[in-house]
Design a protein around this ligand. Structure first.
Ligand code: NAD
Length: 497
């Protein structure tokens, strides 16, 4: 049966109701409504979270404002120490929370969720270590003037995260926002709220009430209420470019600073000397196939030099065909599921559109079969389109699924031009032994993060973020923390008698 037609199955793993965190209390929504959380592995309902709205956001922002002065005035190193303790407390809970994440967003436990949960612990430790680094500067004017700057927190930060890497992306907002002395209202994604709430439960054992607040619900309800609230001093959003634009619009109404981590359609450029197995592996990692392509940095446009086009594509297809798509909780699964029905249908629509293009080659995959064990959830096999033109919809719009478009190229200038012919500018990958070509290309790509001969994920300490419509601001690093979560104040003092 087609997944779109099937009804919800009985839950094998039932988590139950989880509440929002407001003012240190675990609470239901003011109007008592709930949202079901469906597991994409079998479409069973595994729990519920409150359907928060404006009144809940108001309570959360009020609590965060109340908590702000005392939290701001705590010694930065003491704030950092709390995050070291939280990281220690999270460690024994890692496996439980990673499984919860796989259950709710469908990412495979072995290849994705465990690593993502490990990242949370690492990120809390990293930001705990740099908590004391929000330093200012002084200007040597003359003997009787002391002119110096301080970095101060903004106040209450309103942060919004998507479902694709909710733990990692929440940690990247919670830790830097709080160690710099801000308080926070975090809105988690309606499709993957449970694992973040589990982390918040542990955070709350260490943090004063109101410092961290987590609200749940729909973007158009609780999300809009958060971006509109007059008590918010800074907005930090990760998600689609369309919603990012809306968040920026709301911020502009009150001149609230906004950080945006948005979508991408990143290029991978394979030169003629790179027709090798390790490059094939690297491009698969770069395409984020192990997350079903549901990654903002997915290298979903694969530019293959024409001299190796057939040979490389053949190797890629063989390797991808060997990946096991299956139950996210199964240790044997390389890939889990698409997050939900809406996204499954969206990816299917793009694939149908690709199949309809004249001259396209469906080298692997396509629309998922209508029968078989994998129709119990939103499973989608890796799909490779060959002979793609860079201006087709599948090559220009973010699919956010396990779909890669192979595009042949001849000349270095031409491939750089094609790679940059997009409104996005998040990531890029270059594959060659020729150092000059690699660095020329890396420097020419209009993207915030370019990798040469590797396809891994972001590392703490890198200032990561997008060019063009992929975002504003940087995360993952000390510099990103300072720019996003502190504001400079200058103090000029006349020391003369
Ligand atoms: P989305 O923009 O639909 O939703 C993201 C979050 O915004 C969710 O919590 C949602 O509830 C909320 N939201 C929706 N409408 C809102 C509104 N009007 N006001 C306030 N909040 C609202 O994105 P998604 O489908 O959940 O996630 C996928 C997108 O996120 C992709 O485009 C992907 O590239 C992007 N992403 C970017 C990064 C990055 O670091 N650049 C990381 C992960 C995901």
């Amino acid at each position: 049966m087609n997944p779109q037609q099937q009804t919800t199955t009985e839950a094998e793993y039932f988590v139950g109701d989880e509440q929002m965190l407001i003012a240190g209390e675990w609470t239901a929504a003011c109007d008592g409504e709930w949202i079901d959380v469906e597991s994409p592995r079998d479409r069973s309902i595994i729990g519920r979270v409150p359907r928060g709205r404006a009144e809940d956001v108001d309570k959360a922002v009020t609590a965060a404002r109340r908590a702000f002065p005392a939290w701001r005035d705590l010694r930065p190193r003491d704030r950092g120490d709390l995050f070291r303790k939280i990281a220690d407390a999270l460690e024994p809970e890692q496996e439980r929370i990673a499984r919860l994440l796989s259950l709710e967003n469908g990412n495979a436990l072995r290849t994705q969720s465990r690593g993502e949960m490990q990242f949370v612990v690492d990120a809390f430790r990293y930001f705990s270590g740099v908590a004391g680094e929000a330093k200012g500067e002084s200007i040597p004017l003359n003997a009787t003037i002391l002119d110096y700057s301080r970095r101060e927190p903004h106040g209450v930060v309103g942060a919004i995260v998507p479902w694709n890497a909710p733990l990692m992306l929440s940690a990247l907002k919670i830790a830097p926002a709080l160690v710099t002395g801000n308080t926070l209202v975090l809105k988690v994604a309606e499709d993957a709220p449970l694992a973040v709430l589990a982390v918040a439960r542990i955070c709350q054992q260490f943090l004063p009430e109101g410092v961290l607040n987590v609200v749940t619900g729909y973007g158009t309800e609780v999300g809009e209420a958060l971006t509109s609230h007059p008590g918010i001093a800074k907005l930090s959003f990760t998600g689609s470019t369309a919603v990012g634009r809306r968040v920026m619009e709301k911020g502009s109404e009150r001149i609230v600073p906004v950080s945006l981590e948005l979508g991408g359609k990143s290029p991978q450029i394979v030169f003629s000397d790179a027709d090798e197995d390790w490059v094939v592996e690297g491009t698969i990692a770069g395409m984020r196939f192990f997350r079903q392509g549901q990654s903002c940095t997915a290298g979903s446009r694969l530019f293959l030099h024409e001299s190796i086009y057939e040979s490389f594509l053949g190797k890629l297809v063989d390797r991808l065909a060997a990946l096991k798509v299956g139950d996210p909780l199964d240790e044997a699964s390389d890939m889990g599921t698409i997050v939900n029905r809406k996204q499954f249908e969206r990816v299917s629509d793009y694939v149908s559109d690709g199949i309809a293009q004249p001259g396209v080659e469906v080298a692997l995959g396509g629309i998922p079969p209508l029968e078989g064990p994998l129709t119990r959830g939103y499973y989608f096999q890796p799909t490779v389109f060959g002979g793609v033109s860079n201006d087709w919809r599948i090559a220009s719009e973010e699919i956010f699924g396990p779909v890669v478009c192979a595009i042949p190229w001849k000349d270095e200038d031409e491939v750089v031009r094609m790679a940059n012919d997009t409104s996005y500018g998040l990531a890029g990958f270059v594959w060659t032994h020729d150092l000059g070509a690699a660095l020329r290309t890396a420097h020419s790509l209009e993207a915030g993060w370019v990798q040469v001969n590797q396809g891994g994920g972001q590392v703490l300490g890198q200032s990561y973020g997008g060019f063009k419509q992929s975002g504003i601001g940087r995360e993952f690093s000390l510099e990103g923390m300072l720019d996003s979560y502190t504001q400079r104040k200058h103090v000029s003092v006349n020391l003369g008698r």
